[in-house]
Design a protein around this ligand. Structure first.
Ligand code: FAD
Length: 447
């Protein structure tokens, strides 16, 4: 049987782009279908535009901090429309760049929504394409909790498209996306109320990270409504009226509600049943090598719901292409995957949390922590704290986890992740000379 392509990729996001180019580099005939802007969540409506908005939101604090360093107070105003427009221009520039990378790699781009006709055939618009192997890399979309009035809520997708800045913003959900947007919008001057289910934001992170980021956010003026939920949303002349339950029972009037209550894979209209691809708890079920229940169909990235981060989708996509087309079997190590929360204060983390370490190693765990005012704030007068933490297994002296809250935590933890992955011990950390004066040197001087 001959097919139109050796590989047909559905979705030109982080995973799809990486795998299609890598497979083509081995000489495979590859096509990729995309029904939106090429680039996917990360480039178009996730990591990239979000980080640009993070940068935008930090200036308001910097203007205040500068006064302590002798600068006269800055009279400044913020233009939301300008920011949204320039971010959109940058995102579209990057999308075009990714299209040129596909062209250079010899990958054929097919615009439109792809769905399965049978296990080897995909339909896009009125055209059908056959392929020996198919990779599903369709990513996910924000989940909206089905409560009355939810159609009035926006998600992280729409926040980048708001014509006007919501001056009173409620954010529903305590995950990293909700936390990051709470800080962004607060920094840009909105009054932010974040509604979370438990006592602390950032479930699954080390408790010290959760506590320190939350304290920092409250310190910056963000209202965090803990152990609360939303039962009802109503559009009124004064704004959106949210009816809250739990500790904050009552009503809250806002200009917009950003629903950040989790994400679900984009599988609804793919017609996976025509391909014999099984779903497990809403995601595509895959083996370690990203193979679905149909042996020639694979899935990578958020739609397979392993660790939903861009570098993971890229690594899974490349490992798939190396294994299937490069005769070079590769597997991903899902341990010690570092990540950051681009909140203010920022958080970075790699390895086990203290509770995970205690569950695994019992009492043979020692934690080293420090909390201090970073030197930058010695002259600003701001009540800002940096927090660092090492989790060490005492029998082996191995560092199991490194966590940080404070400026540049993401940048600093990236380097720490190499050490943790190499099996560094506390002695190795201690034997390393610090860079002075810096925040990162705290990690090699903890006692
Ligand atoms: P995606 O990048 O979502 O790509 C899937 C593509 O498939 C999309 O372009 C979609 O349009 C297309 N598609 C879907 N169905 C079809 C179909 N049937 N036919 C054709 N095309 C289809 N991760 C980080 O590592 N760091 C961050 O700072 C970070 N910030 C984030 C901020 C936000 C607001 C969000 C929402 C996510 C963030 N992420 C971050 C997560 C990251 O964006 C995802 O993990 C990553 O994009 C997943 O890549 P993917 O290839 O699986 O899917």
């Amino acid at each position: 049987m001959t097919y139109d392509y050796d590989l047909f990729v559905i979705g030109a996001g982080s995973g799809g782009l990486a795998s299609s180019k890598r497979a083509a580099s081995y000489g495979a005939k590859v096509a990729i279908a995309e029904n939106d802007l090429v680039g996917g969540t990360c480039v178009i409506r996730g990591c990239v535009p979000k980080k640009l908005m993070v940068y935008a939101s930090t200036f308001s604090h910097l203007y205040e901090d500068a006064v302590g360093y002798g600068w006269s107070p800055v009279e400044s105003s913020f233009d939301w429309e300008k920011l949204i427009t320039t971010v959109d221009t940058e995102v579209r520039r990057l999308s075009k760049l990714h299209i040129s990378f596909l062209e250079k790699a010899g990958v054929e781009l097919i615009s439109g929504y792809a769905k399965f006709i049978d296990p080897h055939t995909v339909e896009v618009g009125d055209k059908k394409f056959t392929a020996a192997k198919i990779l599903i890399a369709v990513g996910g979309e924000a989940r909206r909790v089905p409560i009355p009035g939810i159609e009035h809520a926006i998600t992280s997708r729409e926040i980048f498209l708001q014509k006007e800045q919501p001056k009173r913003l409620a954010i529903w959900g305590g995950g990293y996306i909700g936390v990051e947007f709470a800080c962004i919008m607060n920094g840009l001057g909105s009054k932010v109320s974040q509604i979370i289910r438990s006592e602390l934001i950032l479930k699954d992170f080390d408790t010290d990270i959760r506590t320190n980021v939350q304290e920092g956010m409250i310190n910056h003026g963000i209202e965090i409504l803990t152990e609360s939920s939303i039962n009802h949303i109503e559009k009124t002349p004064e704004g959106l009226k949210l009816t809250l339950s739990g500790t904050s029972e009552g009503t809250l009037i806002v200009d917009a509600l950003l629903c950040a209550t989790g994400r679900l894979p984009n599988l609804e209209k793919l017609a996976l049943e025509n391909a014999g691809v099984e779903i497990d708890k809403g995601s595509i079920a895959v083996t370690k090598d990203s193979r679905t229940s149909q042996p020639h169909i694979f899935a990578v990235g958020d739609c397979s719901n392993r660790i939903n981060l861009t570098p993971i989708a890229i690594a899974e996509g490349r490992a798939f292409a190396d294994t299937q087309f490069g005769h070079n079997p590769k597997a991903i190590n899902y341990e010690n995957v570092p990540s950051a929360v681009f909140s203010q204060p920022e958080a970075g983390t790699v390895g086990l949390t203290e509770s995970q370490a205690r569950a695994k190693f019992g009492d043979s765990i020692k934690c080293y922590t420090a909390k201090f005012r970073p030197m930058f704030h010695a002259l600003t007068g701001a009540d800002e704290k940096t927090f660092v933490k090492l989790i060490v297994e005492t029998n082996t002296d191995r560092v199991l986890g490194v966590h940080m809250v404070g400026k540049d935590a993401g940048e600093i933890i990236q380097g720490m992740a190499i050490a943790v992955n190499m099996g560094a011990t506390k002695k190795d950390f201690d034997a390393t000379i610090g860079i002075h004066p810096s925040t990162a040197e705290e990690f090699v001087t903890l006692r």
